[in-house]
Design a protein around this ligand. Structure first.
Ligand code: ATP
Length: 526
């Protein structure tokens, strides 16, 4: 059977631009990844639904995280706490008083922004100027380029980096002191304008609490004011002692959880990057006081390795240590990812001290301490947290995966190079034509594989078009049943990335898939 072999003329991963971002959003909709929530009523701002392919990708990301954090750590266990919690939880955690974002409105455009984000974006632009100088010099000097020396001695680069540092330090200080007038002054001094209209006509900066309120109870008088949880962490803290005792856990140990969180975000314009209802994957690691910073470094490394194991490009990640620490932290960093709109937080790693457990002890009047037999002492453990947004990880995966390639015959193909372990569909089984017994063999293959993998059957259109459809979804393999199959029980397996086909025995498919989709293989890269 003559298949058309098309080899890549050149690979052109899309650049990270607005244009690319627009394509990611429309592709996600067209291929059943993400829809706007309640779209028939024109949607709800910053709330999204995951469609048939999206829900599979999301499940797979969650599974990849859970296996790595829970199954591969004997001292980490899972939990699934309720979204609704006793309202005192949020008094104790500080969310009622301090879960605020500084907002600013533009009087001309009527657009609302986070004041801190406006300043941070301005600082990032200055940083990018420094990066440009460094890249130019790298090209000019070639192999002899010494980045460290250049960064510390080139006057222009030194000036840019210093400028950025001064701005971020001042922002951190004024936020720390809740000096919102100074945040406004900083915006004016830097000449920051409305990113959409260029207007500099700003209101004062005000604080805005991000929690969604709701009520529990039937009658208006007796109803209790509740909040939808703004983070999953507190359900772990309030259960700390239950888990420690029933699970006979000894410090250091961790509790992991995935679940919904809700924030009434001021600015929610970046698709699923900033949503009002989203999902977090969090792990709180309880340690002996004084050992928290060692564990903080440990988890920084582990979490970065987890990301790198997916092979989405080392250059797309960086750490960003916090200048301004949250009220509960003594060290904090973000793992930032190179999204289509630049490097932004994907995951937070925080050394939360004993702030939460201590506060819950105070507010509940219950002891939340661990008796450490090794040192014969009771103490409130310190906590190191790793917290990643599942939806943000989803966006990182799809925006990095979507590529347009020009093939040898000058045709274009759109392909989602999603890490194979995460793809919604692992294989499509395609009978070359709809007769001669080929569909029946294809169905049999599906029946064998579907126990372990999400596989689909497709017999519509010419086989080339079916390949393209699967490329656009990100399916790593297309298994084609043709007339040779009738003779020797072999099929062709086409690889999404290379578009090469190999002919293998039907009985060898399971072994091939076990190898390709082995968690052990993927996660041990970390
Ligand atoms: P940001 O600075 O972007 O608002 P954050 O520092 O408030 O984020 P954390 O409270 O540390 O975020 O939450 C942990 C993780 O949860 C973040 O790294 C992010 O991946 C995810 N996350 C937070 N807010 C949202 C949101 N509104 N939509 C989607 N994911 C979110």
């Amino acid at each position: 059977m003559a298949y058309i072999h098309l080899f890549l003329l050149f690979l052109r991963p899309m650049e990270r631009t607005d244009d690319h971002f627009r394509k990611v959003i429309s592709h996600a909709r067209e291929y059943g990844y993400i829809f706007a929530s309640s779209e028939i009523y024109d949607g709800l701002s910053a709330v999204y639904d995951y469609a048939h392919n999206g829900v599979e990708l999301k499940r797979n990301i969650r599974e990849y995280w859970w296996r790595s954090m829970v199954n591969l750590h004997q001292n980490i266990v899972g939990i699934d706490a309720a979204i609704l919690m006793h309202p005192t939880t949020w008094k104790a955690s500080g969310h009622v008083d301090a879960f605020n974002d500084p907002l600013i409105d533009n009087k001309d455009s009527k657009k609302r922004y986070r004041a801190d984000v406006l300043v941070e974006d301005h600082a990032e632009k200055i940083f990018q100027k420094a990066q440009k100088e460094i890249e130019k010099a790298r090209k000019r000097f070639g192999d002899s380029f010494d980045e460290e020396q250049f960064t510390t001695t080139n006057p222009r680069v030194v000036r840019y980096l210093q400028e950025r540092k001064t701005i971020l330090e001042r922002l951190a200080k004024s936020l720390e002191n809740e000096d919102l007038a100074d945040v406004k002054a900083l915006i004016e001094e830097l000449g920051i304008s409305d990113p959409e209209t260029g207007s500099k006509n700003w209101t004062e900066v005000r604080q805005f609490n991000l929690m969604f309120g709701t009520k529990l109870g039937a009658s208006a008088e007796s109803a209790m004011n509740l909040y939808l949880r703004p983070e999953t962490a507190q359900g772990i803290f309030t259960n700390f002692l239950n888990i420690q005792k029933s699970g006979r856990m000894r410090i250091p140990f961790g509790i992991a959880q995935t679940g919904k969180a809700f924030r009434n975000e001021i600015v929610a314009r970046q698709f699923i990057f900033r949503m009002r209802e989203f999902e977090q994957m969090e792990m709180q690691f309880f340690v002996r006081p004084g050992e928290e910073l060692e564990w903080y470094e440990h988890w920084k490394k582990e979490r970065l390795h987890w990301h790198l194991s997916l092979g989405m490009g080392e250059e797309n990640y960086r750490f960003h240590d916090h200048e301004k620490l949250a009220h509960y932290a003594n060290a904090a960093t973000d793992i930032e990812f190179n999204f289509p709109f630049g490097f932004k937080e994907l995951e937070g790693i925080h050394s939360r001290t004993d702030f939460d457990l201590k506060a819950h002890e105070e507010f509940s009047g219950k002891k939340l301490q661990f008796f450490d037999p090794e040192i014969n002492e009771s103490y409130i453990p310190y906590v190191v947290e790793t917290s990643i947004g599942l939806d943000r990880m989803f966006l990182a995966v799809i925006s990095n995966a979507l590529q347009e390639e020009t093939l040898e015959d000058n045709s274009q193909r759109t392909v989602m190079k999603i890490p194979a372990i995460l793809t919604p569909v692992k294989a499509a089984v395609l009978p070359l034509i709809k007769r001669d017994g080929l569909p029946e063999i294809a169905q049999k293959i599906i029946e064998t594989l579907q126990w372990d993998y999400n596989v689909v059957y497709d017999d519509k259109d010419a086989v080339g078009r079916r390949y393209r459809r699967q490329d656009a979804i990100g399916t790593p393999y297309c298994i084609t049943v043709d007339h040779q199959t009738l003779e020797d029980n072999t099929v062709t397996v086409r690889d999404r990335d290379t578009m090469q086909q190999e002919r293998i025995e039907i009985t060898a498919l399971e072994a091939k898939f076990r190898e390709a989709f082995s968690y052990k293989k993927w996660l041990s890269k970390a």
